[in-house]
Design a protein. Structure first.
Length: 474
């Protein structure tokens, strides 16, 4: 058994779990969703029935029935005298099995591979005679690739030398490495909410205490809250996605960028900018001004080819001042031995064609976005569907805080999504749903049809007192 979750912590993670009747099934669904999102890791010991009942304000019978339902679906196992623990997810969960031939998986906001990628792989393999004579991985990054990444930044108005680039095994590896080197246990980190959940997980794993700053589809970043958070909490690091933020799709204005840089520099905070979606300008508008800092080393940038080329090409990078790059290289060997050289050679061959790649990617995502917006506005007119100029997803506003219940219901119809609370830093977002537009238009249209059917069922099952309370809040 690896870990244990307290009744209080589980209660907080469940949020507004009571979205339908009977209550025990709503509770069981809430715990299932935490397992599916990996917010409850396998082999986690759950609270005793009496403790969880007290924390949630329900009867012990309700919790016992919820645990029984979870055992029936093999999400947990219970042993007399030892309690209940979560189990590893099966290869196919019940919802996936019911729709084995029609499942639409929108949990990962990753487009299919750029069409020319297979050819580049073949060309690289054909010229790999000298490559396979080498060790096969590199802890800093091939000089040719680092030079081309540096040129890519220079074209964006950020002069960069190759010694300011560290090639990593994807952006997630970069986030983990930065968190390990820059953070100590208990350090505060300013993070947007909603945000990219795997980044938040990596920061928490490093011992960080996250401070949320709201960003919305309508108003963007709450600059007043951001300035107050910098001044009052004195964060060591701030993790931001300034261009086509995931999941809202918002892009910072020049004023937003100036405020963030100024507030961070005032308290000595390092800005870590996740720019993995920065090139996904669907409408091909003017690019926003680049972040610039007065203090050397106060801005670190993360990039990758995961969204622009293919999620399976595990090439990411960190752009930082050379002294920090050296610190990161020294720390990296304790976690991994480096990035595969074959993939680096593929990446180096792709950069000269990046304009072509981005144009194709923008056209593909534009079709998906437009089809998704049209389908949502037609089938679910009560929802708030934002207009985004780029990125990979819509952060859709529901007309009731039933995101988790909707996701569970939709799974039974073969539509797999992540609920709004998964993207939260400090709770909430039950009234939102991230819907990627990275699939083909016909699949997105089918997915919306399934969501509309699921929404009708979820709204019909939700308790009347819950609905009345929500309407009063609105």
């Amino acid at each position: 058994m690896d870990s244990r979750i307290s009744a209080r912590t589980l209660s907080g993670a469940l949020g507004g779990w009571r979205t339908r009747e009977p209550a025990y099934e709503a509770l069981a669904d809430g715990i299932r969703l935490l397992c599916l999102d990996n917010r409850l890791a396998p082999r986690t010991a759950l609270p005793a029935e009496r403790e969880l009942a007290a924390a949630l304000g329900v009867s012990r019978t309700t919790v016992a029935a919820a645990y029984r339902s979870l055992r029936d679906t093999t999400h947990i196992e219970s042993t007399r005298g030892s309690g209940s623990v979560t189990l590893p997810l099966r290869r196919a969960d019940p919802g996936r099995e019911d729709a084995a031939h029609g499942t639409i998986d929108l949990q990962q906001a990753s487009p299919p591979a750029w069409p020319g990628l297979a050819g580049v792989f073949a060309e690289t393999a054909a010229a790999a005679t000298s490559l396979v004579a080498r060790v096969g991985y590199d802890i800093v990054g091939r000089s040719e690739l680092r030079a081309r990444i540096a040129e890519h930044y220079a074209r964006r108005g950020v002069p960069t030398s190759p010694d300011e680039i560290l090639v990593t095994t994807g952006a997630q590896s970069a986030i983990h490495l930065l968190a390990t080197v820059l953070l100590g246990r208990g350090d505060r980190v300013l993070v947007e909410t909603p945000t990219y959940p795997h980044a938040a997980d990596a920061l928490r794993q490093a011992g960080a205490r996250l401070v949320g700053v709201p960003v919305t589809t309508s108003d963007g970043w709450d600059l007043d809250r951001a300035e107050q958070a910098f001044a009052r909490t004195l964060p060591v690091l701030a993790y931001l996605m300034p261009d086509f933020q995931n999941p809202t799709g918002r892009t910072m204005t020049a004023e937003d960028r100036h405020v963030m840089v100024t507030a961070a520099e005032r308290v000595g905070c390092t800005l870590v900018l996740d720019e993995t979606t920065a090139d996904l300008d669907i409408d091909r508008g003017e690019s926003a001004a680049a972040f610039h800092a007065a203090q050397p080393g106060s801005i670190v940038r993360i990039g990758s080819l995961g969204k622009t080329v293919w999620g399976g090409l595990r090439i990411g990078w960190i752009r930082a001042e050379a002294p920090l790059i050296r610190r990161l290289v020294a720390a990296r060997s304790t976690h991994e031995l480096g990035t595969p050289e074959f993939e680096q050679c593929v990446a180096a061959a792709l950069f000269p064609r990046m304009d072509e790649i981005v144009a194709q990617r923008s056209a593909f995502l534009r079709l998906g976005r437009d089809a998704l917006v049209q389908a949502l506005e037609s089938a679910l007119p009560g929802w708030q569907v934002p207009r985004v100029a780029g990125g990979v997803s819509l952060w859709v506003g529901l007309d009731a805080p039933l995101s988790a219940a909707l996701v569970m219901e939709a799974r039974g119809r073969g539509v797999l999504l992540s609920a709004g609370p998964r993207f939260s830093v400090d709770g909430g977002h039950d009234r939102h749903l991230r819907i990627p537009f990275t699939a083909a238009p016909e699949l997105l249209t089918r997915a919306v049809a399934g969501l509309a059917e699921s929404w009708e069922r979820v709204r019909g099952d939700s308790p009347r007192h819950f609905e009345a309370r929500w309407e009063a809040v609105v």
